[in-house]
Structures are given as C-alpha cells and as structure tokens.
Design a protein around this ligand. Structure first.
Ligand code: ATR
Length: 281
C-alpha cells in the first residue's frame, strides 16, 4: 500500500496557500501530512485524479476552475455540495471519491467565530453568481441571514443561482444597476472575481448602513478594490477572504483526519505575510 497522499488540484495552482496551511495543521496536530499542489487543466483533471488515487491519494482539495468538474467526478456527494453543484474537498472511500464542499462553512465560521459577527437576521447582499458565490450562498442562508439579495453583472446567472437555492421567500435576485433601490444591507459579500483585474462592480453608497459588514471572498491584492470601496463608504467591518481560506482548510482537514485543527496561529502568520505583500506592491 502506498502511503496516504493529499493534494490541492487547480489551474493555475502554484500560488495556492493550501500546502502551507495543511503542513502547519499537521505539525500542530502531530499528524504527518504529505500534501502537494497538482496543476491540472480541466481537460486533464480526470486522468490526474485517477493517477493520484493510484499513488495513494486519500484526500484532495479542488480549487479554480475545477470545482464543478470535481462535483461531476465524485461518486457520491454531500448534501451541501449538491446544493451548490461544486466540490472543494474529495475524500477517498474505498475505491470511490466522496465530494464535499467546506467553503460556505469556512466563511460562516470565520465571520462568526473570528470576527464575532452574528449573522442571524442580517439583510445580506451577495455580489456575483459564479462558482465562489455558489459556494457560500447556501451556508449564509443556513446561518440565518434575513433574506439574501443576489446581484450579478450577467443577471441570468443571479436568477439561476436564486432558483438553485430553492428558497424563493428569502432569496431575491435583482439587477446590479438597480441594487441601490433595495436600501441598506447589514452584510455585503463580494463574490466576484473583478478584484483580480483590479476593479470593483459599480455599487451605490446607499447600500451601506450603520452596522454594515463588508466581506470579500478574495484575499491579498484581489480584495483591495472592494474593501477600499467599503471603507471609503464607512462600513463597520471590512474583512477579506484569508480567514475563510484557513477555515475551509480546517474543515477539510477534519474530514480527512477526524481532528479539527486550531486555526488562529496559522491565520495570524498568513495575515502578517499578506499585509506585507499588499503594502509592498
Ligand atoms: P469564481 O469561481 O471565482 O466565482 P466565475 O465562476 O468565473 O469565477 O465567476 C466570476 C464572477 O465575477 C461572476 O459573477 C462574474 O460576473 P458574470 O457572471 O457577469 O461574468 C463576476 N465578475 C467578474 N468580473 C467582473 C467585473 N469586472 N464586474 C462585475 N462582475 C464581475
């Protein structure tokens, strides 16, 4: 039997912080982890995953742009993965892959435990309707937000996400251009990839109220444009996606190893590096 291996699959994936995070969790819990990054283009993903399983692959994370493909490849899927149609964590069960999605739970854990936000009753705006938005929408509803308004540059995708969530009483797709008419939100989540191109969707000041928290699912430089917009408009909390990244990793680690690692030290060490990177560039 080859010894157990873990990996993150993505394309590109060289930038991924996951190997570093899982190595730190391994040191902390005393579990020896062989965790690498494997670059796989979508067309090569099936083959790469099969080779990985043959060589001892026991668990995998999956990142952009392979989360939907991982969902399709998984032999079984958790309910929360089914709800979003995307998988970020694969667990080997005998000769099959079980697919799960820890992104939403990671976000909620970061916001509630690390940042002390009570999500219950928060009027919430989700900007974006791609893979990242899908990954967190269900968990936000489960955490008890008071209505989820979804806006997207391409409105049909916001409609499709709202339909997939299946809660018409609580989920409201709207036109991005007209979101200002919806009034203030207590929680604004940027799930677009616009920040990776250094931009932010055009958003009116009217969205921000006295206790608004703004969250960007990106971290590092990609989170700067939206969080700068949010701070300039007086949000109470401006939070990037680094904590979510660490928390979703901890959830995956727990699925594989049966132990949930402590995340604060890992988060603090990445955050200091992150700040340095952003301010240096
Ligand atoms: P991811 O998996 O990161 O979510 P994705 O599925 O390609 O990537 O989705 C990207 C999201 O960012 C989409 O909601 C996209 O809007 P469209 O559906 O209209 O493409 C949004 N997005 C990307 N660039 C944007 C921009 N410059 N302004 C507004 N929205 C943008």
């Amino acid at each position: 039997m080859p010894s157990p291996r873990y990996a993150v699959f993505g394309h590109p994936v060289a930038h991924s912080l996951s190997p570093r995070i899982h190595a730190a969790f391994g040191r902390q819990t005393g579990i020896a982890i062989d965790y690498t990054a494997i670059d796989a283009a979508p067309s090569a993903f099936t083959e790469a995953l099969t080779a990985f399983a043959t060589s001892g692959g026991t668990g995998a994370n999956v990142t952009l742009p392979l989360k939907e493909a991982a969902f399709a490849l998984a032999d079984t899927q958790s309910e929360r993965a089914q709800r979003v149609g995307a998988v970020n964590t694969l667990v080997r069960r005998g000769a099959t892959w079980h697919g799960d999605n820890t992104d939403g739970a990671g976000l909620v854990r970061d916001l509630t435990d690390r940042h002390g936000l009570d999500l219950r009753g928060r009027r919430t705006l989700l900007i974006g309707a791609g893979g990242a938005a899908r990954g967190v929408a269900g968990a936000l509803l489960e955490a008890g937000v008071d209505g989820l308004t979804i806006v997207n540059r391409t409105p049909e995708r916001a409609d499709a996400l709202a339909d997939a969530l299946g809660e018409p009483g609580r989920v409201h797709p709207r036109y991005l251009e007209r979101v200002g008419e919806a009034g203030e939100f207590d929680l604004i989540v940027n799930a677009t990839s616009a920040g990776r191109a250094g931009t932010v969707p055009a958003l009116p000041r009217a969205l921000v109220g006295m206790r608004t928290a703004a969250v960007d699912l990106n971290y590092g430089e990609a989170s700067v444009p939206f969080l700068a917009w949010a701070r300039a408009h007086g949000v109470r909390d401006a939070i990037d996606g680094l904590g979510m990244l660490v928390e979703q990793a901890a959830e995956s680690f727990a699925l594989w190893h049966g132990v949930r690692p402590e995340t604060d030290a890992v988060f603090a060490s990445l955050q200091s590096r992150n700040v340095a990177l952003v301010s240096a560039d």
